[in-house]
Design a protein around this ligand. Sequence first.
Ligand code: CFM
Length: 555
Amino acid sequence: MATKSKKPAEITTESLASFKEDVLKKYPPKVARKRSKQFLLNEFQGEDAPLIEANVRTIPGIITMRGCTYAGCKGVILGPTRDIVNITHGPIGCGFYSWLTRRNQTRPDTETSENFIPYAFSTDMNENDIVFGGEKKLKAAIREAYALFKPKAMAIFATCPVGLIGDDVNAVARDMKQELNDQGIDINIFAFSCEGYKGVSQSAGHHIANNQIFTHVVGTSDTVVEGKYRINMLGEYNIGGDAFVIEDLMHRCGITINATFSGNSTYDDFARAHTADLNCIMCHRSINYVAEMMEIKYGIPWIKVNFIGVESTIKSMRKIAEYFGDQELKDKVEQVIAEEMPAVDAALKDIKPRTEGKTAMLFVGGSRAHHYQDLFREMGMTTLAAGYEFAHRDDYEGRKVIPSIKVDADSRNIEELDVHPDPELFKPRKSAEELKALDECGFEFKDYHGMMPDMKPESLVIDDLNQYEADELVKKFRPDVFCAGIKEKFSIQKMGIPMKQLHSYDSGGPYAGFAGAINFYQEIDRLVNTKVWGYMKAPWQKKPELVASYAWNDA
Ligand code: CFM
């Protein structure tokens, strides 16, 4: 099965459609039927946008790219916060593999400020605990962690075995908070029932995390940070230092970031999040729940922003300025853009002759497969195929489809909080006239239109891509770069194609804002223009040891 140096197939509607057919043919008929709904040619645009199936169970036996619910809750949402002691109640592997693997960075105010990110806290459950119950061990872990670190908050995360044996992490959190409070200690302790199997992917974990942070933390502090234009940045996790770039841009424009969920953030930031005047959502998939709930309870409107890609960064900065409406802010934003653009133009002038016309494929969690297409477009590159691991239909087709999304048993398994306006803290941020004026200028709130309308009709959109399909995509179309995660990295590279991790950024980043874009352009230029991958030949390509065929093909 030599995979190298076959001429890549031309990209036409026909070749893409026949690719889909060929791939699905290898599955048993039932599996093929199911997969075909998650596997689309992006032919129709606008109102006719095709319907894609998403956020459904992966078929057992398929090697999915997805992670688990616990990973979404602990690793993704809470992981980047530096001063909450995050304790994993479970076997040691769960804590270890969710610890810093995505390279989320943080910057404590001073050298002595609390920062627990370098630690992985776990109850290290073993067979004994599975048989006799692990609640005592969890309580002991909380006492020990408090004695050592004296944090202002602790979060407890349930893993699969915890759910299976029935340890009640919420009750333990309540009891331990009481026990420590009774000793005069001011500490908040809360828990997450985010067992790995609780939902079909990490997406369920985001929702569970959003619910608990909203219930136990947001609104618990009335400290108001000074600033004329105060926003929260939601769904920005500071991978490779992205949040630092965005903070710098906002700071130079005179915009105050009140809280980031949750890159470079602290417990106190979350606690006072309800005092901001605008919520800006970077990653729609992972955090839209918090934005929606804050709007209902506190009256904070939300908009979608994107700081990946220069054009998107400019659009987002202007949109924030438009929301506040002051000419002074608008001028400042234009000034910062003007300061940044010469370096961007110079970088593009340098790299574009080498990147123009090249192709990319992007398969990442729930928002990057969309956002990073902007950067490739700026470099003159085309995205041939893209998809999310675990996003929902609205991330593909836009929020307009939300009312028509079928709620299945797996989604119903995740609690929807019943949220109402807070009698004291609800405060509309804009008057009816101001909202009308914004509307007349075409200003949109909750404006996420999804990935598919931004892609060419001659491209493939594939949800929950698996290893077999990834291999086939690369074999047939041989993109100049394939973007995904660590599980895909080496199999793709062994086929002679450069591979860029968009979860952890490998060892690179930041890629956000103007400075980040320049960084990305230069890195991708080097990746797609190096010849070294073409020389790759794995031993089994020269001398296969085992040849197999599919049982159902022979039947
Ligand atoms: Fe949002 Fe993320 Fe993503 Fe995500 Fe993730 Fe991630 Fe991701 Mo990996 S929160 S959905 S659950 S942008 S960890 S920082 S890169 S899969 S596309």
